[in-house]
Design a protein around this ligand. Structure first.
Ligand code: FAD
Length: 292
């Protein structure tokens, strides 16, 4: 398939230059290009018809991973392959590392970025699910000059829909280091290994000083709605030490409240079974990682 005509291609060196280029175009006419793993397909199929492509590859400030005053900040242009091996994620944010390690194939992981993934928020995407479970924050600056931080709960609005506006650039995704022990895990199952999941699930568990769960966040993907919280499952884990009965109760809560559809990839029953199996595993692993 051939894209519609693209009149301009730019590779700016600073965010100010990005905004200068954007200012020459009406809203929606220019497209920010990160790894191109979703946008190039959308351009080829003419779902997107940008007049101007602004390639973010030269923006070094979007390519760093740093910990600042207890907050992990991952630049929007950090690629999956870099996330998969970054030790800054090891202690509390292994769920994100799990997700990045199994996104697509090696080529996709070498090009695709955390920023592109959360901004695209595909119906079955892995990374937004991990960002949601880990209570990530999206740092946005707008061409109008204002900057804002949006919590994942408010950012992911539905498939291919987020709180980011056409005039926003995502600078980084941040995560607060928990003050007590915490652990997380993500697993998925797809028709093809390491491709988009039929079901993906991420759990984040925080323990109090007695080793009991004081906070749980669970998010699922693959239901056709993008990343979504499974709050009913979370409540069942509070004050537990991750015993099988509590985890079963959490899974029952997830299955009772999440709508698992039948489509060409799987039946609804099959999806519920995947939620049960994968859900049990990730919650158990998250508890184990938190206890170390
Ligand atoms: C073969 C294949 C298999 C895949 N398998 C999986 C999988 O298993 N799991 C999974 O989760 N995903 C999968 N994907 C999708 C992949 O994760 C994409 O890389 C990701 O969705 C987009 O990231 P990107 O960096 O390539 O962004 P791009 O495609 O370049 O951009 C995506 C969107 O985000 C916007 N954007 C990008 N960066 C910014 C920014 N800093 N500020 C504002 N807007 C921005 C762009 O304008 C565009 O609208 C797969 C893709 C392919 C091709």
């Amino acid at each position: 398939m051939y894209p519609a005509e693209i009149k301009e291609y730019h590779r700016p060196d600073s965010i100010n230059q990005v905004f200068e280029i954007m200012a020459h175009h009406d809203e929606g006419e220019s497209l920010l290009l990160a790894g191109g793993q979703s946008s190039m397909q959308a351009i080829k199929s003419r779902m997107l018809r940008p007049q101007c492509i602004i390639d973010l590859q030269n923006l070094q400030e979007l390519k760093t991973v740093k910990v600042e005053s207890g907050t992990l900040k991952i630049g929007a242009m950090v690629r999956y392959c870099e996330l998969a091996k970054n030790s800054a994620l090891d202690k509390n944010f292994t769920g994100l590392k799990d997700a990045a390690t199994h996104v697509g194939d090696r080529q996709v992981r070498n090009r695709g970025t955390i920023g592109g993934s959360v901004c695209w928020n595909y119906a079955a995407a892995c990374t937004p699910t991990a960002v949601l479970a880990l209570d990530g924050r999206m740092h946005l600056v707008s061409s109008k000059g204002d900057s804002r931080v949006v919590k994942a709960d408010d950012f992911f609005l539905g498939p291919l829909d987020t709180a980011k506006s056409e005039s926003d650039i995502l600078i980084c995704v941040s995560f607060e280091q928990p003050e007590t022990k915490a652990g997380s895990a993500y697993k998925k199952w797809g028709l093809v290994k390491d491709a988009l999941p039929v079901v993906g699930i991420c759990a984040f568990i925080k323990l109090d000083t007695s080793g009991l769960c004081c906070e749980a966040r669970i998010a699922v993907t693959g239901m056709g709605l993008g990343a979504q919280r499974a709050t009913a499952g979370e409540a069942a884990l509070l004050s537990s030490d991750g015993d099988p009965k509590s985890i079963e109760a959490a899974i029952d809560g997830i299955c009772a409240t999440i709508d698992a559809p039948t489509d060409l990839s799987a039946t609804s029953d099959y999806r519920y079974q995947l939620i049960r199996n994968l859900g049990f595993e990730v919650i158990q692993i998250a508890f184990k990682r938190a206890s170390i």
